[in-house]
Design a protein around this ligand. Structure first.
Ligand SMILES: O=C(O)CCC(=O)C(=O)O
Ligand SMILES: [Fe+2]
Length: 322
């Protein structure tokens, strides 16, 4: 076990001039994004189109949010897995506290959330969080498009309706001198995730069995893109859904906001036929995203490590050729 400093984790800068689809710059980005997602299951994306002022203001507001009385926080509930408020608890971590807002690029969703937290519904909170959530959703879409283009597929291959769940999280600093878990090792269950942190590091990626790489120098314009389990299944196992965790040390609390792409009810995850051939037999059956999402939150799923759940649920055995 340890943190390996030799591994070169991909840092990919999205310059505006390279974001025109079909240009050489775009094609180079597509290739790098694909390689990163196939090797690491994640990468750091430097994206200056999302202003650092908006990011900083969101984190200032999350610091206000964690101060609201617990009776109000407890109103942030949802029938959907991973969508509600979670306070310090042994299942996740004693250092963790997180709030969830589903369908966050819909202003009314944020408004409903803010009305539960503050008597006046805090319009400024709504405006700023909405701005960041919609911009992160756009960035996620752009990365999906790069992945599709990198495989030479048409847009219909990953066409699905989905909403963006945001989770706003505080990780408390551990007791003095300690190195403690902030979020247990897991793979993400939605299609993909973008993580935005507020200066304090803590996110670690498993690069090989038991070898963790700490992402400690993210730039102020960086996000971490993470492939989720259903995306791995969609890609016929080409993309990796990597294990990651949060480890806390030092005396500062850490804040992050993550945007998860959660497909709507009824969405079937299906590998495009172009990604299946004799060399790449079909590894996963077609499956209903929501059934998988609920499975991962069930007692049955607890029998598996997080990174084994997708195979337990959807692997075809034996794989089938086209
Ligand atoms: O806070 C972070 O940096 C990571 C959060 C995360 O991995 C998750 O919520 O799934
Ligand atoms: Fe995660």
């Amino acid at each position: 076990m340890g943190v390996n400093a030799e591994i070169e984790y991909p840092v990919i800068e999205f310059r505006s001039s390279d974001l025109k689809r079909g240009t050489d710059g775009w094609n180079r980005l597509c290739k790098r994004v694909r390689e990163a997602c196939e090797t690491f299951g994640s990468f750091e994306v430097v994206y200056e189109k999302i202003s650092t002022e908006v990011r900083e203001e969101v984190f200032r507001l999350i610091k206000e949010l964690v101060e609201v009385p617990v009776e109000r926080k407890q109103k942030n509930v949802s029938p959907m897995p991973f969508h509600g408020w979670v306070g310090s608890c042994s299942q996740i971590s004693l250092l963790y506290e997180g709030f969830g807002v589903g369908d966050a690029s819909n202003y009314d969703s944020i408004k409903s959330f803010a009305q539960l937290m503050w008597p006046d519904g805090y319009p400024h909170f709504c405006d700023i969080v909405y701005t960041l959530a919609t911009q992160m959703e756009e960035l996620n879409k752009l990365i999906w498009l790069m992945i599709i283009d990198s495989y030479g597929l048409g847009e219909e291959s990953l066409k699905m309706s989905y909403t963006t769940l945001i989770r706003m999280v505080k990780y408390m600093a551990p007791p003095s001198g300690k190195f403690e878990i902030g979020l247990f090792p897991h793979t993400d269950k939605p299609i993909s995730t973008l993580i935005c942190e507020d200066k304090i590091s803590g996110l670690e990626i498993e690069v090989k069995d038991g070898q963790w790489l700490r992402l400690s120098n993210l730039s102020p314009s960086s996000f971490v893109f993470m492939v989720g389990d259903p995306f791995k299944a969609w890609s016929n196992g080409r993309l990796k859904s990597g294990m990651h965790r949060v480890m806390m040390s030092g005396d500062k609390d850490r804040y992050s906001i993550a945007a998860f792409a959660v497909p709507n009810k009824g969405t079937i995850i299906k590998t495009p036929k172009e990604l299946i051939d004799d060399q790449h037999p079909q590894l996963y059956k077609d499956f209903d995203f929501m059934e998988y999402f609920f499975f991962t939150a069930s007692d049955l799923a607890k029998r598996f490590n997080s990174n084994q759940q997708i195979d337990a649920f959807a692997a075809l055995s034996p794989p089938i050729s086209n």
